[in-house]
Ligand binder design. Structure first.
Ligand SMILES: [Zn+2]
Length: 308
């Protein structure tokens, strides 16, 4: 098991009282450091190569983001009412390493066949081809999927997203591409507003909108019926996970009531699917999750299941 991390992720500042804060990563890494049952190989996330990012985002979009980075203070990249996707002076390296972790993880997975967790921020699943939003600038998991196809000639990649928010960016990027399946469970309606049952792409998009207040048992049933079965039929060659832990009962940004242990079950089912179809090839990317205790507990369950 490999975990990508980097101190630059602690330098990305979103301002006071912003939920997407450096303490999230600290909490996760403190928790991972307590794991004694199996060996974790920590690696520093490298900077992503712009050519590889441009498999998803045009270069002029990437340049525009970086040209907006302020010398001091913060700059928002969105308009109201969601003016909370911020650039700070230290953003560039964090954004590039967040994406670079996924690229390096693909190399590890394909060369060493070792599963990987990327403890990264900023997250990525809300970033569309030419639009930064929802704390995201570059769609880290989408770049990794394209890199798998481009460098390793993988034909079919599945992305499973259990973050409580719909990954509108990932869906938009692959909406007309039958070589990538995107399956998402998310509270609905909730930010960003997409993710209804009607959004099906070219038969490659599988949305499981969840009612506010849902508990673990019902969640797991729907997750099995709508997410796992769809990906089972798709028969992926690699599975990538958008791992957000904001469907946890303690999370302040949403109202789905999973317990920490539920993330073990969810992850184990994904890994089992990976073992059936693709030699257990699974990479997990941190997306959301805003309660520090929930993150600290859930990550242990997630990694234990990812390891097995
Ligand atoms: Zn989220």
């Amino acid at each position: 098991m490999i975990v990508y991390k980097h101190n630059d992720f602690l330098l990305k500042d979103n301002g006071l009282n912003h939920p997407e804060r450096k303490e999230r990563i600290k909490s996760i890494l403190d928790s991972i450091n307590q794991i004694k049952d199996f060996k974790i190989n920590f690696k520093d996330a490298p900077l992503a190569n712009i050519e590889i990012i441009s498999l998803v985002h045009p270069k002029n979009y990437i340049e525009r983001i970086f040209s907006n980075i302020p010398k001091t203070g913060l700059v928002g990249v969105e308009k109201e009412p969601y003016a909370d996707t911020m650039l700070c002076p230290n953003s560039k390296k964090a954004i590039l390493r967040s994406c670079g972790a996924g690229i390096a993880a693909v190399d590890d997975l394909m060369r060493e066949n070792e599963r990987v967790f990327c403890a990264i921020r900023p997250p990525g699943h809300h970033a569309e081809t030419i639009k930064a939003m929802g704390f995201c600038f570059i769609n880290n998991i989408a770049v990794a999927a394209r890199y798998l196809q481009n460098k390793y000639k993988v034909n079919k990649v599945a992305i499973i997203d259990f973050d409580v928010h719909h990954g509108n960016g990932t869906q938009e990027i692959f909406y007309n591409d039958e070589s990538v399946a995107y399956a998402s469970s998310h509270e609905y309606p909730l930010f960003p507003g997409t993710g209804s049952n009607d959004e099906t792409g070219v038969g490659n998009i599988f949305n499981a909108p969840l009612k506010t207040g849902m508990r673990g048992k019902e969640f797991l049933k729907i997750f099995d019926q709508k997410i796992l079965r769809s990906i089972d039929r798709f028969k992926p060659e690699v599975i990538l996970i958008s791992a957000g832990f904001d469907a946890h009962v303690r999370d302040p940004l949403a109202n789905i009531n999973l317990e920490s242990e539920d993330f073990y079950v969810i992850t184990k089912q994904i890994v089992d699917l990976g073992k059936i179809h693709c030699k257990g090839r699974v990479i997990s990317f941190l997306e959301g999750g805003y309660d520090l205790q929930a993150l600290s507990e859930s990550i242990k369950h997630h990694l234990l299941a990812l390891k097995n």
